[in-house]
Design a protein around this ligand. Structure first.
Ligand code: LLP
Length: 433
C-alpha cells in the first residue's frame, strides 16, 4: 500500500489497520459495509491547508471545506474545530452544518438552481455569503431579501474560461457549463453591473471553480490570473473594488499507484505569487482569498469495509468477487470508471497475486467497484477494504434496491466511534405513506 500510508497500515497480525485500529475488529463491532475514517488524517490535512494559506496570505485567506464530498454532522464539527469554513450546496447540507453547531457566517451557499425556500433559509440563518449563479436568481434574491432586516453579501460565480478536465486543458471555450456567468461574452460584466445596482445586495467578490481531481498547478494559476484581471476590469469600468476572491476546489488526490497530483501546498504557493503579481499589475488591492477543497480533505482518510460473499470463477473470462455493498455506497466506478485499490483486510500483508472483478449486490450488471483489480486471494467471509473512499462515496450513496446505507465510524487515538448509524429496515420505509 503506497498511498495514504499514514492512515492505512498492516498490523502485527497481518491485518489492515486504519488509524491504528484493526479493521477486522471494526467489521466485527460495527458490521459491514462500513466507512471508516481516520480523524487525525482529516485534521492534519485541515491544518496543512491553514498553514499553506497562512504562509501566503497571513490572515487574508481561508479554506472552506466543500462538504458535498462528505457531509454528516461530525465532519462539520471536525473541520469547524480546525478553523475551516464550509461550502454548502443545498438546504440539506446547510441544515446538517447548522445542526452540528457550525458558525453560519463561515458558510458559503452555492448552487446553480437554488429555490426560493433555500435562499430564504440561507439568509435567515445568516450565511457568510450566497454565491449567485445567474441573474434570475439575483433578482429573486433581491426580492426575498426585502423580508430580511439586513443586506445580503454575495459573490458571483464566474466561468473563467478554463476547462481543466482534460490532459491538455483548454483555456477558452467552457461557455458550455450550467454554472455561472461567462467572461468572454461580456455576460459576467453585465452581471456585476446589475448586482452593484441591486438594492439590499452587497457584491463582496467573485467565485470560480475549474473542476475536480486536477493534478497540475497551471490551470489554478491561470484561473487566478483571469479572475484578478477581471477584478481590475470591474474597478476600471464600474468603479467598484471587490474584496473577496473564491478560487474553488479541485485539488487532486491519489487513488491508485501512478496517480501523481502536485501537493496542494505547491499549487497554493504558486497561485499566491500569480495573484500578487496580477493584482499589482491591475492596481487593485489583494483580495481575501478563499479555496474550497473537498476531496483532498477527506478522501485518503477513509476506507470502506465489506464482507466477501459469492465468488465466481468463469474460466477464460474473469473471476467475480461479490461484496455486501457496491454501487449504492460507491457509485464512482459505475459513473466514472474511477479506479480504486482494494485489500483483503485479513491478508493485508500478503501479495496481491490475483486479478478480480469486484461486484456489488445490486440487481444490475454495471454494479461493479472495479475490474481487473489486483487482490489477495479471498473467499466468502473474508473482509475486504476498498481504500481512499472518503470523498463522494457516502455523499453519493443511494437507496437503490432498498439497500440500507452503511454506517460511518471515526477512529481516533486507537478508539472507534459511530458517527452515522447504519440505516435500518424501518428507515427504509420512513417516508412511505
Ligand atoms: N467548490 C465547488 C463550487 C464545487 O463544485 C466543488 C466540487 C468543490 C468546491 C470541491 O471540489 P473538490 O476539492 O472536491 O475536487 N462527484 C464527483 C466530483 C464532483 C465535484 C463537484 N464539485 C466525483 O465523485 O468525482
Amino acid at each position: 500500500m503506497k498511498k495514504a500510508e499514514k492512515s492505512f497500515t498492516v498490523n502485527g497480525r497481518g491485518h489492515l489497520a486504519i488509524g491504528g485500529v484493526d479493521t477486522l475488529e471494526l467489521a466485527g463491532q460495527f458490521g459491514t459495509p462500513l466507512y471508516v475514517f481516520d480523524e487525525e488524517a482529516i485534521r492534519r490535512t485541515c491544518r496543512r491547508y491553514r498553514e499553506a494559506l497562512g504562509r501566503s496570505y497571513g490572515e487574508g485567506g481561508l479554506a472552506l471545506y466543500a462538504s458535498k464530498a462528505f457531509s454528516c454532522k461530525e465532519i462539520y464539527r471536525i473541520v469547524g474545530s480546525e478553523g475551516l469554513g464550509a461550502d454548502v450546496v443545498s438546504a440539506g447540507e446547510l441544515y446538517t452544518a447548522l445542526e452540528a453547531g457550525f458558525v453560519a457566517a463561515k458558510i458559503y451557499y452555492h448552487g446553480n438552481n437554488k429555490t426560493d425556500d433555500e435562499l430564504l433559509f440561507a439568509m435567515e440563518k445568516g450565511v457568510g455569503a450566497i454565491v449567485v449563479d445567474n441573474l434570475p436568481e439575483l433578482r429573486r434574491l433581491a426580492k426575498l431579501r426585502q423580508r430580511m432586516d439586513r443586506d445580503q453579501d454575495v459573490l458571483l460565480r464566474i466561468k473563467p474560461g478554463i476547462d481543466a478536465h482534460t490532459h491538455n486543458y483548454i483555456r477558452t471555450g467552457q461557455i458550455d457549463s450550467k454554472f455561472g456567468f461567462a467572461l468572454e461574452t461580456g455576460e459576467a460584466l453585465e452581471a456585476v453591473r446589475e448586482t452593484l445596482g441591486t438594492e439590499g445586495v452587497r457584491l463582496r467578490g467573485l467565485h470560480c471553480h475549474i473542476g475536480s481531481q486536477i493534478f497540475d498547478t497551471q490551470p489554478f494559476v491561470d484561473a487566478a490570473r483571469v479572475m484578478a484581471r477581471f477584478m481590475g476590469e470591474i474597478r476600471r469600468s464600474c468603479g467598484a473594488t471587490l474584496t473577496t476572491l473564491n478560487l474553488g476546489g479541485g485539488f487532486g488526490v491519489q487513488y491508485i499507484e501512478g496517480d501523481d497530483p502536485v501537493p496542494f501546498e505547491e499549487t497554493l504557493a504558486e497561485v499566491a505569487v500569480a495573484l500578487r503579481e496580477t493584482c499589482k499589475e491591475e492596481g487593485i488591492p489583494q483580495p481575501f482569498v478563499l479555496v474550497e477543497p473537498g476531496r483532498s480533505i477527506v478522501n485518503s482518510a477513509c476506507a470502506t469495509l465489506y464482507t466477501v460473499g459469492a465468488r465466481k470463477e468463469i474460466p477464460g473470462v474473469r473471476t467475480y468477487v461479490s461484496v455486501d455493498g457496491g454501487m449504492t455506497d460507491n457509485p464512482r466506478y459505475a459513473l466514472y470508471q474511477a479506479q480504486y485499490e482494494a485489500v483483503v483486510a485479513n491478508r493485508a500483508g500478503e501479495e496481491r497475486n490475483e486479478h478480480v472483478t469486484l461486484a456489488g449486490k445490486c440487481c444490475e450488471s454495471g454494479d461493479l467497484l472495479g475490474e481487473d483489480m489486483p487482490l489477495q486471494h479471498c473467499d466468502s467471509g473474508d473482509i475486504l477494504a476498498v481504500l481512499c473512499t472518503g470523498a463522494y462515496n457516502f455523499s453519493m450513496a443511494s437507496g437503490y434496491n432498498r439497500i440500507r446505507r452503511p454506517a460511518v465510524v471515526m477512529v481516533k487515538d486507537g478508539l472507534a466511534r459511530l458517527v452515522v448509524r447504519r440505516e435500518t429496515l424501518e428507515d427504509i420505509v420512513r417516508c412511505d405513506i
